[in-house]
Design a protein around this ligand. Structure first.
Ligand code: NAD
Ligand code: IPM
Ligand code: MN
Length: 370
């Protein structure tokens, strides 16, 4: 039996509630399907800060580096608003992304048929939607230096964030987007703001050159990121793969989430480069949503983004394609059955708790295997 080492980092707010539903699935896969998952749990975010004053400990970083894959819940919340910037909960996630070199963040926005009516957009605009946002995750304004607040001494302060991109960073994320497009509808739209940003000029140039050199068979278009946001809500089905920088990707994926019905539906995979010798890549799987402090602890959070992130883990880290398909099928099926957490509740749906939704998906997963 294969041993598959997973590090679970539930984090804060609804993170642990959502992770508990994935743990149920892991237990069933081990007991009944011989999946061989070996799990460890660690602390991240506010939970880690409360325990040892850091957003993630060096020991948990070591375990993340040693794991085959990391499953991440969510971090943050008002409780930690006052903590120093360097150790705020979000710093734990950023450290994981940077030190694991997870430069490629795949954020699929799929509108399940049963949820077309739950979107804030008209049903016909989102029905059948299947887009993939490929977000650059280890560069740009998130990590550029200097990043500081300077006291100007005249009663004024100056805040500085720096957007930096090197050619290789754009090349490798563009490569990921083109490769994935070839497995889908063969279209990539690159989004930047070359009209006001130097990094946008280089982004567009390098994406075009990468396309020309290696991926000319893929259809490539360019769009200014602000217009891209508009087009995502005007006519989202025009897109297949969208490739964009760290900050635009963050914002555009929250927009895309609402096309699918809820932020509670969007999973993501954060991937590193494949090791040339083994082909294995570092990976962390995280829902797109945050810790949702407004609903934490009430048992009403939607666990689907977390469970679908685990499906991405099965697919990308363990090549368990059949199981990944089955898990995604189980999600679609419980939605077809009318089960709804509150965020996706609409007429005709039956409201269930986080835990009941998770259990129903596990049961469907089992049933689909039979
Ligand atoms: P959020 O994603 O936590 O919540 C936004 C809204 O969506 C809230 O109304 C929330 O109730 C709802 N929502 C989110 N996930 C849901 C789910 N699974 N089921 C049902 N409803 C859901 O974003 P926010 O409120 O802007 O941020 C809260 C905290 O989370 C902040 O500290 C932020 O930094 C952090 N955050 C963390 C991550 C992460 O850990 N990956 C991502 C985004 C935000
Ligand atoms: C996300 C989140 C993170 C980001 C935060 C929590 C650091 O919003 O993953 O979308 O901005 O990347
Ligand atoms: Mn975000």
């Amino acid at each position: 039996m294969a041993t598959r080492k997973l590090l679970l980092l539930p984090g804060d707010g609804i993170g642990p509630e959502a992770m508990a539903e994935v743990s149920k699935l892991i237990a069933v896969m081990n007991a009944e399907f011989d999946a061989g998952f070996e799990t460890e749990s660690g602390l991240v975010g506010g939970a880690a800060y409360d325990a040892h004053g850091q957003a993630i400990s060096d020991a948990d970083m070591e375990r993340a580096l040693a794991a085959d894959a990391v499953l991440f819940g969510a971090v943050g919340g008002p409780k930690w608003d006052g903590v120093p910037y360097e150790v705020r909960p979000e710093a734990g996630l950023l450290r994981l992304r940077k030190e694991l070199e997870l430069f490629a963040n795949l954020r699929p926005a799929i509108c399940y048929p049963a949820l077309a009516a739950s979107s804030s957009l008209k049903k016909e605009l989102v029905e059948g939607l299947d887009i993939l946002i490929v977000r650059e995750l280890t560069g740009g304004v998130y990590f550029g230096e200097p990043k500081e607040i300077v006291d100007l001494g005249n009663g004024q302060k100056r805040a500085v964030d720096t957007q930096v991109y090197d050619t290789f960073e754009i090349e490798r994320i563009a490569g990921v987007a083109f490769e994935l497009a070839r497995t889908r509808r063969n279209k990539v739209c690159s989004m930047e703001k070359h009209n006001v940003m130097k990094s946008g000029v280089l982004w567009k140039e390098v994406v075009a050159a990468t396309h020309q050199a290696k991926y000319a068979d893929v259809e490539l278009t360019h769009m200014l990121a602000d217009a891209g946001g508009m087009q995502l809500v005007r006519q989202p089905k025009q897109f297949d793969v969208i490739v964009t920088d760290n900050l635009f990707g963050d914002m555009l994926s929250d927009v895309a989430a609402m096309l699918t019905g809820s932020l509670g539906m969007l999973p993501s995979a954060s991937l590193g480069a494949p090791d040339p010798a083994t082909g294995k890549r570092r990976a962390l799987y995280e829902p797109v949503h945050g810790s949702a402090p407004d609903i934490a602890g009430q048992g009403i959070a939607n666990p689907i983004a977390m469970i679908a992130s685990f499906a991405m883990c099965l697919r990308y880290s363990f090549n368990m394609i059949e199981e990944a398909d089955r898990l995604e099928g189980a999600i679609a099926a419980v939605l077809e059955d009318g089960l709804r957490t509150r965020d996706i509740l609409s007429e005709g749906g039956r409201e269930v708790s986080t835990s009941a939704m998770g259990s129903a998906i596990v049961e469907k997963f089992r049933a689909l295997a039979a």
